[in-house]
Each structure stands twice: as structure tokens, then as C-alpha cells.
Design a protein around this ligand. Structure first.
Ligand code: NAD
Length: 504
């Protein structure tokens, strides 16, 4: 297998990332596979960030006049370029974020899917015609481009989250300024190079339609505070959202917040345990526990606990951990040492709360002293307490027992986050209760599948400390546009609403 560095540099070269993106002594781009620095990237200064926002703002004046289906054609070309470069970009996701090969490729497929969706949407950005009480009048709702969309993304979906936002924003008539995670600058540069190819084929894309700001949190703050950015879509930790939300609101901007999750699954007495086992394993162990929708809490009925948990322990003891490029590996590295240390702290807290921990230790130190691999941890908790109540971004699955479905649903809902949830049951009353008004309080509530692995057709996002934002399908596009209510009088009198008279 090629060295990680050679692998990275070969891909960047093939995708046409310009040499000007790199600078000796610049921001270090690391691969979590070995922890080594694979490139040094040029960071944008505050002045450059402001200039990029200015270019995007200027692009808006032109792009909003391009008919929406024609804007869709640009997104169609982005999708085509992504198809052509799927293998390289997917591999780069593996190299920079540590995802196993099929998940790296799956992330690029998700980008392609949202492009396809957005192309269709570009002919469907429709409003309503509304009944009016005034004779010879017509009342309607129309949707218009909003302006520059700031996109701040997390390391764990380094490219897909940009596309969920950008594909919709572009067809809605909005330029995009992207501040990717400082932990994954290379995939962002690669995406920008791919967008550039699509722009050249399209012809006439205004300069500044798609901008990338490489750097740290300060550049995110520049987007948050800039009045030329009417909508900021921010994906990351709840701590980040707590700062971003009020700051955007203070200038009456709009934010789409996609924050942390603490996702649970309930395993009921009637559950098909074979299905549950597979779904739980993927949701809890997949992506080394670094998905916002990762399964973190398992709430098992006391009657099936004794059968399910030993089987789960078997899976936890046998999954292959290692270089995510290797066939058969299911658990790649954690993103960095801080993630590993956070995992160990949570496990120590759980032990202090009386838990029994299986796994969780450091693994594969042979892959490099700076590569942080961990055996996924199964943590049997005496009750839902301590670290189980918060998100630790690592492969830890807390397991606890329940006696009644009402108790299980109350436990599922008794945490700050409200992203994703599921129930395994063949009992129709329980399944329907779980997805009802009295059921899960999350933005995503599934039956007989795990909480992770969403498709782009549905709206994605969560409630409470997850931030309330929605992206991707359904009517999520409306967040990227402004709504106008128009009343047109085609008569020759001026009747007023509510029977008001005003004779002059
Ligand atoms: P993070 O919060 O550390 O960083 C996310 C991004 O926010 C980065 O680009 C960072 O530079 C930027 N940022 C941080 N503070 C900021 C501020 N005050 N103003 C502006 N920008 C700021 O998150 P991370 O460690 O990269 O990612 C993991 C977290 O993201 C987890 O909590 C996970 O659940 C969450 N996540 C949520 C979703 C979702 O859709 N709900 C998706 C992916 C990840």
C-alpha cells in the first residue's frame, strides 16, 4: 500500500488542487491513520475572508437573475464531476477523516445524491396561491434567493455536509462561503477543485459563487458576524452552536444549526434480535463512533438483555480495527489524541458510576505513535447517569435496562440532545407510540433500523440541543430562500381587508 503521504499528494495532484493552496509553515493537515502531517495548507487571513465574502456578495447580484433550472444545470455538472472523481475523493475522505473505504465512498455518493435531488428541485421551488377575501385580488407566496450562505462544517462529514447545503443554496440562487473544519482542509480544497471543473464546463459562473476559507474558528466567526451573510449553516458540537446561534441572531441573521447528538435505541421484548444486533453494531461501532447520529445509548428490555448483550460483546470483541484502507477493517482511527483522551475520561467516569466496561483500550499502536485507534467500548450502566447523559465523540455504547415502554421512551427523551433515535420491536402499538406525539422527541425516529445512515430525501436535523436546523430533503430548501407574500389587485376599486373603510 502507498504511504499515506504519497497517497494524499497523488490525489490532490489528480484533482487539480493548485499549488497556491499550500505554504511552508502553514496549517498542518494530518492523516489520523498515522497521525503524520501530510501537507501544510495556506490559511486565509481576516482580510482575505472579508474579501471572499465580498466576492460572494457581488456574485449574488448576478446569480439570483439566472433562472433556477439553469442554476440546477450547474449543480448537475457538479454531480457529474463528483461521479467522475468519486474514487479519488472517497479515498481522500478515508485518508483525512479516517473513514473505512466504503464509508469514504458512501460520503461522496451522498454528495451525488443531493446534487441529483437539487437538480429536480431547481424546477420545483414553488409557492402557494392563497384565497383572498378581497374581490378582484390574487394573493400568492413567492420564494426568492436570500443571499450569501455561510457554511461551517465539522471534521466527521468533511464533504457531504457542504454538499447538503451548497447544492440547495446554489439552486436557490445563493452563493456559498465554506469554512471547513481545521481538521479536514484537504478534502475541502479537493471539493473546491471539483466545483471549479464544473464551473468551467458551465461557463459564466460569477466569480465568488463558491468560496472556501481555510483556517480555524476565527474564520467561522467572520462568517457568523458578517451582515453580508444572511444565512449561516453551522454543523458541529453543541458548544459551537451555543456561540454561533446567539451571535447570528444578534444581527437578525438566520442560522441552520446541526449540532451534537446523544442517540438512543430501545430494544423491546418482541424485537428481532438478529436485525437489532446488526443494526446496533453498524450504528454504534461504524465510523469509529464519530457520526452525529452514532448510537450511544442502548435501552434494553430486561427480558432480552441477557440474550442480546453477550452477543453484542461477541461482536465488540471480534471487529477488525486498523488502517481504514485495508479490506475487512471496520473500525478506523479516532480523529486525534484529544478524541482518545476524551473517550478515556468518559470511561473512567462511567466506571466511577458503577459501570462494567468491555473494550475501550488503545489499539494498533504499531500503525504510528500519533495514530489513535481504540477498541469500541460496551459499557453496562446501572442506570442512565453520568457520561451517558452527554455526547462523547468516540465509540462508546452505554447499555442499560428498562421494564416498561413508557419508561424506555422517557429515558430516550431525558437527555439534552434530540437528533436521532430508534426502536426495535415487532409490536405495532409500541412502534406507533414511539413515532407518535408522545414518543421520541428527536428529529429522526426510526423503527427496526438504527439511528444512523440517513438518506437525503428526508429532512435531516434534530431538536433541543441539536439546534433545530433541517438540511437536505423535504422542504429544507426554504431556509435558503426568502418568502414574500404578494397581493395583486386587478380590479378598479380598493377594498380593504377586515372590512376597514377609509374614504378620502
Ligand atoms: P466543532 O464544534 O469542534 O467544530 C465544527 C466547526 O465549527 C469547525 O469548522 C470549527 O472551526 C467551527 N467553530 C468552532 N467554534 C466556532 C465559533 N465559535 N464560531 C464559528 N465557528 C466555530 O465540531 P467537530 O469536533 O469538528 O465535530 C464533531 C461534532 O459535530 C459532534 O458534536 C457531532 O455530533 C457534530 N456533528 C453534527 C452533525 C449534525 O448534522 N447534527 C453532523 C456532523 C457532526
Amino acid at each position: 500500500m502507498a504511504s499515506v503521504r504519497d497517497d494524499v499528494l497523488g490525489i490532490l495532484d489528480r484533482l487539480g488542487v493548485p499549488a497556491s493552496a499550500f505554504a511552508k509553515g502553514g496549517m498542518a493537515a494530518r492523516s489520523p491513520i498515522t497521525g503524520e502531517v501530510v501537507a501544510e495548507v495556506r490559511e486565509a487571513s481576516a482580510e482575505e475572508a472579508s474579501a471572499a465574502i465580498g466576492r460572494a456578495h457581488a456574485a449574488f447580484a448576478q446569480w439570483r437573475k439566472v433562472p433556477a433550472p439553469r442554476r440546477g444545470e450547474f449543480v448537475r455538472l457538479i454531480g457529474e464531476e463528483l461521479r467522475a472523481h468519486k474514487a479519488d475523493l472517497g479515498r481522500l475522505v478515508t485518508l483525512e477523516a479516517g473513514k473505512i473505504t466504503s464509508e469514504g465512498l458512501g460520503e461522496v455518493q451522498e454528495m451525488i445524491d443531493i446534487c441529483d435531488y437539487a437538480v429536480g428541485l431547481s424546477r420545483q421551488l414553488f409557492g402557494l396561491t392563497i384565497a383572498t377575501e378581497r374581490p378582484d385580488h390574487r394573493m400568492m407566496e413567492t420564494w426568492h434567493p436570500l443571499g450569501v450562505c455561510g457554511v461551517i462544517t465539522a471534521f466527521n462529514f468533511p464533504v457531504a455536509v457542504w454538499s447538503w447545503n451548497a447544492a440547495l443554496a446554489f439552486v436557490c440562487g445563493d452563493p456559498v462561503v465554506w469554512k471547513p473544519s481545521e481538521k479536514t482542509p484537504l478534502t475541502a480544497l479537493a471539493v473546491q477543485a471539483i466545483v471549479e471543473k464544473a464551473a468551467q464546463r458551465f461557463g459564466g459562473v460569477p466569480a465568488g459563487l463558491s468560496e472556501v476559507l481555510i483556517g480555524g474558528r476565527a474564520l467561522g466567526e467572520a462568517l457568523v458576524d458578517d451582515h453580508r451573510v444572511p444565512v449561516v449553516s453551522a454543523t458541529g458540537s453543541t458548544a459551537m452552536g451555543r456561540q454561533v446561534g446567539p451571535r447570528v441572531a444578534a444581527r437578525f441573521g438566520r442560522s441552520i444549526l446541526e449540532l451534537g447528538g446523544n442517540n438512543a435505541a430501545i430494544v423491546a421484548p418482541s424485537a428481532d434480535l438478529e436485525i437489532a444486533l446488526r443494526a446496533i453494531a453498524f450504528a454504534a461501532i461504524g465510523t469509529a463512533g464519530q457520526r452525529c447520529t452514532t448510537l450511544r445509548r442502548l435501552i434494553v428490555h430486561e427480558s432480552v438483555y441477557g440474550e442480546l448483550v453477550p452477543k453484542l460483546k461477541g461482536v465488540y470483541g471480534s471487529v477488525k480495527i486498523g488502517d481504514p484502507r485495508e479490506n475487512g477493517v471496520l473500525v478506523g482511527p479516532l480523529i486525534d489524541k484529544a478524541a482518545f483522551d476524551g473517550m478515556q475520561r468518559a470511561l473512567d467516569e462511567a466506571r466511577a458510576a458503577g459501570a462494567t466496561v468491555t473494550g475501550g483500550q488503545r489499539a494498533r499502536e504499531d500503525l504510528g505513535a500519533e495514530g489513535y485507534y481504540a477498541a469500541p467500548a460496551l459499557v453496562e450502566m446501572p442506570s442512565q447517569t453520568g457520561p451517558m447523559l452527554r455526547e462523547t465523540f468516540a465509540p462508546i455504547l452505554y447499555v442499560t435496562k428498562y421494564a416498561s415502554i413508557e419508561e424506555a421512551i422517557a429515558m430516550q427523551n431525558a437527555v439534552g440532545a434530540g437528533l436521532s433515535s430508534s426502536i426495535f420491536t415487532l409490536n405495532m402499538r409500541e412502534a406507533e407510540l414511539f413515532v407518535s406525539d408522545e414518543g421520541s422527541d428527536c428529529g429522526i425516529a426510526n423503527v427496526n433500523i438504527g439511528p444512523s445512515g440517513a438518506e437525503i430525501g428526508g429532512a435531516f436535523g434534530g431538536e433541543k440541543e441539536t439546534g433545530g436546523g433541517r438540511e437536505a430533503g423535504s422542504d429544507a430548501w426554504k431556509a435558503y430562500m426568502r418568502r414574500a407574500t404578494n397581493t395583486v389587485n386587478y380590479g378598479s376599486t380598493v377594498p380593504l381587508a377586515q372590512g376597514v373603510t377609509f374614504e378620502i
